[in-house]
Design a protein around this ligand. Sequence first.
Ligand code: UDP
Ligand code: MG
Length: 346
Amino acid sequence: MNPSRAPDLLTVVIAAFNEADSLPVMHARLVAVLDSLARDMRVDGRVLYVDDGSRDETWALLQGFAARDPRVGLLRLSRNFGKEAALTAGLDRVASGAALILDADGQDPPELIPRFVEKWREGFDDVHGTRIQRAGEGWLKRSSAHAFYRVIGRLSKTPIPADTGDFRLLSPRALAALGQLRERHRFMKGLFGWVGFNSVAIPYERDARVAGASKFNLWRLWNFALEGITSFSTAPLRLATYMGLATAVAAFAYGMWIIVKAMLWSDPVAGWPTMMAVILFLGGIQLIALGLIGEYLGRLYDESKQRPLYLVDTWRPATGVSSGHDHGVEGGGDANRSTTARSEVT
Ligand code: UDP
Ligand code: MG
């Protein structure tokens, strides 16, 4: 590393939705990491909190953080848009340098950030954390997550690494590439994979939440899985074709059998129960196929409306001017560079 170079700029983007209980703990840990980054690795670290329409004390807390530390930028959305949109809003406003995505609940330990930075400096564009343990998560969540990654891994051509969440560092060019993907249904893990470039995984143990409960219950996770599959694969649409083919072949064979039977033994008309079973079975299959088409059609409808991905209530960029911190960041560059959002087009 060339010591005369200006420090690398890294913005930690954190989406927070009703995280008042975890944020104080998280922020203290994060600030300590930013300090050590500036001191030991010549990284000019910033934080960008995105308040995703929280209804608790989150916004007041965040304003307090920003008032005390010029490295903290704040973005508040007009309502709750969901984690994906909130992250997109935050990433859109990282004007230069790399970005690192972190959860507000402390599940992704900020203390690992220096290792992400090391990998970035080695030339990787997408450094992502891969969970080797999911503390505080039940058997059901773990096994459903496992099943989901297997299914999507088979269905999708885009590589989607298993057990990889949003904890990742994106180099400036990966960030710019991601910024071009403006689809409304944002399955982030897939979008990161789609972007490509050099990626590397950092295994880590995912801690339990600092406080509060996960916002993702099983129903939400199911919808999340649907989102992932429909966003990155059209294989389910083909399922209807195969189901139809299989039923047609079976029906043909059965028809032949009935004819032969009638010719040989002049069989009387078969009973009502078999008829009902066949009708209901076919009706069920047809509805499933229709539902599958509907899933895609609905998403197509959402895309076609071309609504913005999120709306901003307040945007307060980090000024980045070093204040009471005596960790000696020199040559931090243009203090206002983060005020120019890369793109206002959402
Ligand atoms: N989050 C958000 N908007 C939402 C739901 C969640 O910004 O509508 C944030 C939340 O504050 C946290 C992160 O997304 O920082 C992950 O949420 P959570 O911990 O509930 O999910 P899990 O870790 O269980 O996947
Ligand atoms: Mg969490």
